[in-house]
Design a protein around this ligand. Sequence first.
Ligand code: GLU
Length: 435
Amino acid sequence: MTLPSDSLSSPYYKEPGPKLDKESPFESMMERFRFAATVLELEEGMFQYLSNPVKSVTVSIPIIMDNGKIRVFEGHRVIHDNVLGPAKGGIRYKPDVTLDEVKALAAWMTWKCAVVNVPFGGAKGAIRCNPKELSLRELEQVTRRYTSEMMDVIGPDRDIPAPDMNTNEQVMAWIMDTYSMHARKTENAVVTGKPVVLGGSKGRKEATGRGVVTVTLAALNKSGIMANKCTVAIQGFGNVGSVTARLLYEQGARIIAISDISGGYHNSNGIDIVRALDYAAGHGGSLEGFDGAEAISNEALLELECDVLIPAALQDQINKRNAGQIKAKIIVEGANGPVTASADSILDEAGIMIIPDILANAGGVTVSYFEWVQNRHGYFWTEDRVNRRLNRMMREAFHRLFDVKEQYGITLRQAAYVYAIGKVAETLRLRGIYA
Ligand code: GLU
């Protein structure tokens, strides 16, 4: 479907001030949001409501560094929306993070939760820091001070953080402890992605990769490609990329390329993923020097001939500069925002099916939801139960969006936005505006 020609004069297409940069995460998100708003004929007030975060908090985080000097970090937490339930989303530690990026990621969480029918709104947090340059003690101080500054924002019924870029189980444990100390009681439902001994869910760590695999298999099925005959290239060998590689390998897929920050590794006969995992485990998590394949660049990996390409590393990897070179039949977005809005149309024209991030990597937040439910029940599920329910929710979401795609004659990404925005708007109409 193309946009109706008069949509350019609709309120959604008035360009505010300088020309929009479709390559920035916020504008990539807004571009897709505007399209869905037009398809849904969303009223202007609703459009405005959903384009602005409910709350955006920036705090200063002073800590005493190991050298005895004070240093002040900047922290953000953005609640994009809480119409469907408490807000939910990760916290990232990144040296160049901007409020703009956090706003886009918070909105993505709203749409992501809506897509998989998880009863949460969307949020995201960040601290502008380079965790590699901080000692463990400094990292703990930064985390605890951020948490105490955000006491009025986060909470099990308000806004529930989780891991994201450069944050992990330990960081979640510190947040949970700091919050609990202030609350004078143990509140394990305030964060998800905790260590299992602290009330984390079995299967949470693998959940994003497992969800990526579920939707990849569903997409292969729709395309008439057998999983045990397909070729796959995966960018990123962190939590998402490595679990995805392992599970697809177990399904008999030929993984022809993997990569991490040290570069790409290509073998058209297929990489032995068990060996690659062992190699990384023995080399501090890095693939550097892995000899089961020929070394290529991360950029070249994206342009390989394959059935499925899974960018599971950083945002903006496929953009207007390299989109024309992509040869995969299906792209599954393991990362958040790996394809920019300007690349979308080039890939669509080439007939490449994209499984959008807000569906493809929603397995993480789905099991976060299971973790929160278990914490609130004070009861724990088996890993098998977690995985079965995760697979079911991901499969159902894929087919739901596929139906929307067929109904409107749009892409799967557009269908995801149409479904999610339609659902949040409908809920908001029922709840009404409190004044
Ligand atoms: N940070 C993950 C995401 O982007 C997980 C969020 C969560 O579990 O709340 O989806």
